[in-house]
Design a protein around this ligand. Structure first.
Ligand SMILES: Nc1ncnc2c1ncn2[C@@H]1O[C@H](COP(=O)(O)OP(=O)(O)O)[C@@H](O)[C@H]1O
Ligand SMILES: [Mg+2]
Length: 360
């Protein structure tokens, strides 16, 4: 809908216009702030009724329903931002595909989910939920999966900030784009804001070039701004390389928790295996044997194993033209193609990082 109304006026002119249209008197400075809201309200009202409602109507309606109009505008604005930022939703069930024993599920449940779902109780006891956290750990251990599962269990939006989103206007503009993206995100409510490959935008400034330094600086500035917002925003940053982050990022006061995401124990594997087995055309499967066989595999390895098994069984049926069922033997045949991606060195280094960097 076209908007022919002047967007900006001098404060005094705003006060005069509002007075002429509604008879209400305001100080020029207050009137100036109100003016832009009236313009927005005119647009929303016009969209609602499908015709241009005119400034006088918008002004009177705005003054009569100021609180509601403000909420309506926020909702409209949020919808736009969510679309623009590619917001997604995830089902609650995702949380259930993670075993209680898979770290850091219990920790996340206690420190993040409970204070948000038991808000009144948290307030009673002065518990403040974390607003910015870091997940670190080797690739494929389920960091991204956790973030999506958190959004799912909270029924919040999931918005991912990809380094590529920040690079669209060339490297020189990354800092400015980061600021803009974070400011936009600050208008949202009930959102998990996810920054993957965090080391790319928050790397150590010691050896960085001018541009990388400015990006890290910008991010350091943005965290407290985001944390001060009243709305429900959880910033989660994930990295495979915690040692590459700038030391200032890791100091208390920036991130509330720095959480390791490590390997799977028996129970963790069992839950994931059951989840993937349910998708196959199965015959007899010896679970104990499968759990043994998959020792040392990450969730990503297990997913890859099941992709291979699924494709194998599909092909067998095409070749033999009869029902093919996946059994323990199928896994025995395929498992040699899936070596554990975490070497002993990687696990050892991660254990050191866990001791040095964890803050929960
Ligand atoms: N608990 C889980 N249940 C089922 N699949 C999982 C689970 N955790 C991770 N995955 C799958 O394993 C793969 C790797 O996990 P991801 O979260 O991408 O790891 P990371 O971000 O640490 O590299 C993803 O495809 C994800 O869907
Ligand atoms: Mg990931």
């Amino acid at each position: 809908m076209k908007n022919k109304t002047p967007q900006t006026l001098l404060p005094k002119a705003c006060a005069t216009s509002i007075f002429e249209m509604s008879g209400a008197e305001f100080e020029p400075d207050i009137a100036a702030k109100m003016w832009s809201k009236i313009i927005n309200h005119k647009w929303i009202l016009s969209e609602k009724v499908g015709r241009d409602v005119g400034l006088r109507t918008a002004c009177i309606d705005f003054l009569e329903n100021m609180e509601q109009a403000h909420d309506e505008y926020r909702t409209y604005k949020q919808k736009d931002i969510l679309m623009e930022m590619g917001a997604q939703t995830f089902s609650r069930e995702m949380w259930d595909t993670i075993a209680d024993s898979q770290p850091p599920k219990q920790l996340v449940q206690r420190r993040i989910i409970l204070p948000l779902t038991e808000e009144a109780l948290a307030q009673k006891h002065g518990v403040v939920h974390p607003r910015a956290i870091i997940f670190f750990g080797p690739p494929g251990t389920g960091k991204t999966h956790f973030v999506k599962a958190i959004a799912g269990v909270l029924s919040w939006w999931y918005v991912e900030i990809l380094p590529s989103m920040l690079m669209v206007d060339g490297v020189e503009k990354v800092g400015a784009n980061l600021r803009e993206v974070m400011q936009k995100a600050g208008n949202l409510d009930e959102v998990v804001l996810f920054v993957d490959e965090f080391e790319e935008i928050a790397g150590s400034r010691d050896k960085a070039d001018r541009i990388d330094k400015s990006i890290t600086n910008e991010f350091l500035k943005q965290i407290p701004l985001l944390k001060n917002q009243k709305n429900k925003i959880l910033l989660v940053c994930a990295t495979n390389y915690i040692r590459q982050l700038d030391a200032a990022m890791l100091r208390p006061g920036r991130f509330d928790c720095i959480i390791p995401v490590g390997g799977l124990d028996r129970q963790g594997r069992t839950t994931i295996l059951e989840y993937y087995i349910a998708k196959l055309n199965t015959g007899q499967i010896n679970m104990d044997k499968l759990i043994e066989m998959t020792s040392g595999l990450t969730p990503a390895d297990i997913q890859y194993l099941f992709d291979q098994v699924a494709y194998f069984s599909f092909e067998q049926e095409i070749i033999d033209k009869k029902d093919y069922r996946v059994t323990t033997d199928t896994f025995i045949q395929i498992i040699s193609k899936v070596p554990p991606s975490l070497s002993h060195e990687v696990i050892e280094e991660f254990e050191k990082d866990r001791i040095t960097y964890s803050r929960v």
